[in-house]
Design a protein around this ligand. Structure first.
Ligand code: ATP
Length: 314
C-alpha cells in the first residue's frame, strides 16, 4: 500500500444558489482525506481510505463513488446506529461558496483506533492525516494520535494537512490537539495562518513558524499560498514554486489536490522543486473546475495545463 488515509467523508449537496432560493441541487461526496485519496488514485497510486459511513444511501453513495475511483475501502466500517453526515455547498458568487455542515454525531465522527488498526497493519509507505479528524470528537482525536504514533513506529512517513475548520473548534482547542501530533509527523502542510496556529503565535512570520516546527523535529513544512503557489521549508533551506497559471472557477478542494500532488512526489522520489511543481499543478486543476475532486487529473492528463485556452483535444 502506498498511502493510507482516514477521516470523515460526507454526502455533499451542491446548490447552484442559496438554499432558501430554491436551487438546483446535485448530490456527490466530499471529505478532505477522501479527496486526497481520489487524487492519488487518479495518479496511479495504491491508496486506502478508512472511515465510518452510515447504513444509508449516503454511505452507499460514498462507497460507490470511491470504488469507481479505485480508492481501496478494505477498512471502511458501516455504522448501523448513525447516519452519514451531510454538507451543503451554496454557490454565492462565481468563485465564492458557502459551506454548511450537518455532521454532529454522524457515523464518520465515531471513528475509533480499532477501525484503523487492521489498515495500519498493511504497512503503508505514507500515512496521511488532517486536522479535521481530530476535531470530530474524543475517539476520533485519539485515533489520529495513535495512528500517527503507530505509523511512525513502523517507519512510515506521516503527512499532516492542518486544515483548520473554525466551525468545528476554537484555535486554542485545535492548537492543543494538533501540537500533540507534531512528534509523530514528518511533513506538515498548511496555510501560513494554520502553521502559526501550530506554534500558537498567529503573528509569527511564516518562516519563523516553519523554523520553529523544524526545530521540533518535523522534516518539511509546506506552505500553501493560494494563487502565489507554495513554499517548502526544509532542513536544507527554502524552495518556492509559483502557482501554475489557471482560471479559477471554484477554489474549494485546491488544498487537498495540492497535498495529493505533494504526496505523489514523495512516493516517486521527486526533488523538492518537482514536488512543489506537481502539487501546484494539481491545485491548478482543482481551481479550474467545479467540485472538490471531479476535475482532478489522471497522470496522462497532467500536461493538459500547458495546452492553451481554446485547445480542442481531438
Ligand atoms: P481549500 O481549503 O479551499 O481547499 P487551501 O486554502 O487549503 O484551499 P490554497 O492555498 O487556496 O489552499 O490553494 C492550494 C494550492 O492550489 C495553491 O498552493 C496553488 O498551488 C493552487 N491554487 C490556489 N489558487 C490558485 C489560483 N488562483 N491559480 C492557480 N493555482 C491556485
Amino acid at each position: 500500500m502506498d498511502v493510507l488515509t482516514f477521516g470523515e467523508t460526507m454526502i455533499a449537496l451542491r446548490a447552484d444558489r442559496p438554499l432558501a432560493m430554491n436551487p438546483n441541487i446535485s448530490a456527490t461526496i466530499a471529505g478532505a482525506e477522501s479527496n486526497v485519496a481520489t487524487a492519488l488514485a487518479r495518479l496511479g497510486h495504491d491508496v486506502q481510505w478508512a472511515g465510518r459511513v452510515g447504513d444509508d444511501s449516503g454511505g452507499e453513495l460514498i462507497r460507490r463513488t470511491l470504488r469507481a475511483e479505485s480508492v481501496g475501502q478494505d477498512h471502511v466500517t458501516t455504522d448501523p446506529g448513525r447516519q452519514t453526515g451531510i454538507l451543503i455547498f451554496e454557490q454565492r458568487l462565481p468563485d465564492v461558496t458557502r459551506v454548511g455542515y450537518y455532521r454532529q454525531n454522524s457515523a464518520g465522527s465515531a471513528l475509533t483506533i480499532d477501525d484503523l488498526a487492521p489498515a495500519l497493519a498493511g504497512n503503508p509507505h505514507i500515512l496521511h492525516i488532517t486536522g479535521i479528524t481530530s476535531a470530530l470528537g474524543a475517539s476520533a482525536a485519539e485515533a489520529v494520535l495513535k495512528a500517527a504514533s503507530a505509523a511512525q513506529g513502523e517507519g512510515a512517513t506521516v503527512t499532516l494537512d492542518v486544515n483548520y475548520r473554525a466551525k468545528l473548534w476554537s484555535r486554542e482547542e485545535a492548537a492543543a490537539a494538533l501540537r500533540a501530533l507534531i512528534p509523530f509527523v514528518d511533513v506538515i502542510i498548511g496555510s501560513p495562518d494554520e502553521v502559526g496556529l501550530l506554534i500558537e503565535d498567529r503573528a509569527a512570520a511564516p518562516a519563523d513558524s516553519a523554523s520553529a516546527l523544524l526545530s521540533l523535529g518535523v522534516r518539511e513544512v509546506v506552505l500553501k499560498l493560494g494563487a502565489d503557489g507554495a513554499t517548502l521549508h526544509g532542513r536544507h533551506g527554502l524552495v518556492h514554486s509559483p502557482a501554475r497559471p489557471a482560471t479559477a472557477v471554484d477554489s474549494v478542494g485546491a488544498g487537498d489536490a495540492f497535498t495529493a500532488g505533494y504526496i505523489s512526489g514523495l512516493l516517486t522520489g521527486l526533488s523538492a522543486k518537482e514536488r512543489l511543481y506537481l502539487a501546484n499543478t494539481l491545485g491548478a486543476f482543482a481551481v479550474s473546475s467545479r467540485g472538490d475532486w471531479e476535475g482532478l487529473p489522471t497522470r496522462s492528463e497532467l500536461a493538459l495545463l500547458d495546452a492553451g485556452n481554446g485547445t480542442a483535444l481531438r
